[in-house]
Structures are given as structure tokens and as C-alpha cells.
Design a protein around this ligand. Structure first.
Ligand SMILES: NC(=O)c1ccc[n+]([C@@H]2O[C@H](COP(=O)([O-])OP(=O)(O)OC[C@H]3O[C@@H](n4cnc5c(N)ncnc54)[C@H](OP(=O)(O)O)[C@@H]3O)[C@@H](O)[C@H]2O)c1
Length: 290
């Protein structure tokens, strides 16, 4: 069997379920060294065992971190860096929608904290290793729902914690718009560094997405869209392609769906917002003092 990713180290966040687990399985099948980042040790170990068993690839390890905690992100990144391993693919995938507004231990609205700052902080902490590893790729799972942004299509820089107005889809749409703006600014800063960054919409995929919301209308919504959804393996197709396809060497700062480049919403192409988001995120994650 061809092993096109032999010798390549791939870190996948949210690999305990859904698109992330399916992507990790595909990458393991291509011979990659897999690092699964999961928030729950039990689910992470179960995913690790399933991926090893189904792919026949035993080179799968686990990092446990809840991405809503900046302390845990830092500890996971430090543990990976201490291992001395190179990093060729960072697949930022872990994400969720929250029917109710909650704050993380860091005092940040959970959707923004996990879906955007989780990608941002982990990437920043691993960036030098990606740079040093050669021909590395960062793949950020966004969503077509980025078009909604914070209701008006933009990032509500004056209400990132959803204090003024909170809605699950608002917070989610904003976080997914942030994924694309982050990818854009990241690609700009990485120009010439040998590391690419791209974002994607995986399609509407039947996963555990939304299942963390036990109450309200979310379970009904899921039941409604499930028959029209693609399977997790299909949802993983574009992220895995972005992480591995040789013809994408050097392609960066773009947005894809179904292996095709798509034009994101105009607000996702706003360089001033991308820069502002970067600077705000640096302060919110303590990379730069406010
Ligand atoms: N499904 C869709 O139709 C769809 C459409 C567009 C975009 N997306 C995006 O696709 C990505 C994957 O979602 P999915 O559909 O595969 O959903 P999923 O089945 O719920 O998987 C989400 C993964 O993220 C993990 N996760 C959630 N919160 C986390 C946290 N605080 N710390 C660490 N890990 C956390 C989950 O861990 P647990 O197993 O512990 O819960 C799980 O492994 C998300 O970014 C989502 O926004 C999905």
C-alpha cells in the first residue's frame, strides 16, 4: 500500500469524534505519525485504539487538553515541543456550538475561546516547530456559516464576550469567520516561511456536532438535518486533501469546499479586520500584554 505521508507528523485537534477522527484515520492510513489532541483522556484513548486498529498504523499518540483552557493549551504545546518531534501538519478542527452563553475559566465566552482562540493559541505556540519542520501545512476547519458572522456578517470587536447580545448561531458564525480571517493573516505573516495555511468548509456533516447541548432546540435541529448530511469520512475529505495533496504545495491563505477553492464572504477578506483580530487575540491569549 502506498504510504504518501510516511515520516510526516500530523497533529489533529478534536480527534475523538466526527470530522477530526475521520481525518486522523485517513492520515494514519497514509502512513503519517499521528498526534491526537482530545479533551477527554478516555475518548482520546478509544479514538487512538480505533484508528490504530482500522489503519494498521501503530504510530498514534495522544495529547489531552481542553481547548477552552489556555493553561491546558500551553501545557499540551509544551509537551509536544519537549518531545522534539517535527510537525508537518496542524489540523485545527475542534469546535462546538453552545446554546447557552458560558464563560471559560479564562473569563472568555466559550465559543470564541474554543473555536477561535483555541486555533490561534495552539498554532502560535507550535509555529516555530512548523517552520523548522519544512513544507508544513496548517489547515483550519471553518464553516460556510462564517457568512453570518455576528448576525451582521462581521466580527463584533466591541462584544467578543457576547455580553451585549448572545445567540448560539451568532457566536458560532463569528468564530467561524474568525477562523478564515485568522488563516488569512497567518498566511500573510508566513509568506516565504515554507508553511502554508488554508481554511475550509467541510459540508454539512452528520457528527456529534451540537450534542453537547442537551436542552433547547438543538437536538431537534440535528435530527432534522441528519438525513441530508454527509458522513464524517466525507467531511474529512477536503481537510485531508489540504493537508496532503502534493499539488497544493505553496498554496496558502485560501478557502476551500469539496476540494475546490471558494470565495468566502467579503467580510472574510477584510485585511483590516484580520489584523485587528490577530492583535486582539494576542492580548486575549496573553501572548502580548494588553
Ligand atoms: N458537522 C458539520 O456539519 C460542520 C459543518 C461546518 C463546520 N464544522 C466544523 O467541523 C469541526 C468538527 O466538528 P464535528 O462536526 O466533527 O463535531 P463533533 O463530532 O462534535 O467533533 C468535535 C470535536 O471537537 C472536540 N472538542 C469540542 N470542544 C472541545 C474543547 N473545548 N477542547 C478540545 N476538544 C474539543 C470534540 O471532543 P469531544 O469528543 O470530547 O466532545 C470532538 O472531538 C468544528 O470546527 C465545526 O465547527 C462542522
Amino acid at each position: 500500500m502506498e504510504q504518501p505521508m510516511q515520516g510526516r507528523v500530523c497533529l489533529v485537534t478534536g480527534a475523538s469524534n466526527g470530522i477530526g477522527k475521520a481525518a486522523a484515520l485517513d492520515l494514519a492510513g497514509m502512513g503519517a505519525s499521528l498526534v491526537l489532541l482530545c479533551r477527554d483522556r478516555g475518548r482520546g484513548e478509544a479514538a487512538m485504539a480505533e484508528i490504530s486498529e482500522r489503519s494498521g498504523n501503530r504510530d498514534v499518540t495522544l495529547l489531552v487538553a481542553d481547548l477552552s483552557s489556555q493553561r491546558q493549551i500551553r501545557a499540551a504545546a509544551a509537551s509536544f515541543l519537549e518531545s522534539g518531534r517535527p510537525l508537518h501538519v496542524l489540523l485545527n478542527n475542534a469546535g462546538a456550538i453552545h446554546a447557552e452563553r458560558t464563560l471559560t475559566g479564562d473569563g472568555i465566552e466559550t465559543t470564541f475561546a474554543v473555536n477561535h482562540l483555541g486555533y490561534f493559541l495552539l498554532t502560535r505556540l507550535l509555529l516555530d516547530r512548523l517552520r523548522d519542520s519544512g513544507r508544513a501545512r496548517i489547515v483550519n476547519v471553518a464553516s460556510a456559516l462564517h457568512r453570518r458572522g455576528y448576525g451582521d456578517g462581521r466580527i463584533a470587536f466591541d462584544d467578543l464576550n457576547g455580553e451585549r447580545q448572545y445567540g448560539a448561531w451568532r457566536a458560532y458564525g463569528q468564530s467561524k469567520l474568525a477562523n478564515i480571517l485568522f488563516t488569512r493573516e497567518l498566511a500573510r505573516r508566513l509568506d516565504g516561511a515554507g508553511v502554508t495555511a488554508n481554511a475550509l468548509h467541510p459540508g454539512v456533516v452528520a457528527t456529534g456536532f451540537g450534542r453537547n447541548n442537551r436542552t433547547g432546540w438543538m437536538p431537534y435541529f440535528q435530527a432534522l438535518y441528519r438525513p441530508f448530511s454527509r458522513r464524517a469520512g466525507q467531511g474529512a475529505d477536503t481537510p485531508v486533501w489540504l493537508a496532503t495533496a502534493p499539488q497544493l504545495d505553496g498554496v496558502t491563505g485560501r478557502y476551500f469546499q469539496d476540494r475546490r477553492e471558494r470565495q468566502p464572504a467579503p467580510q472574510a477578506l477584510n485585511d483590516a479586520d484580520a489584523l485587528r483580530l490577530w492583535e486582539v487575540s494576542e492580548k486575549m491569549t496573553g501572548l502580548v500584554q494588553p
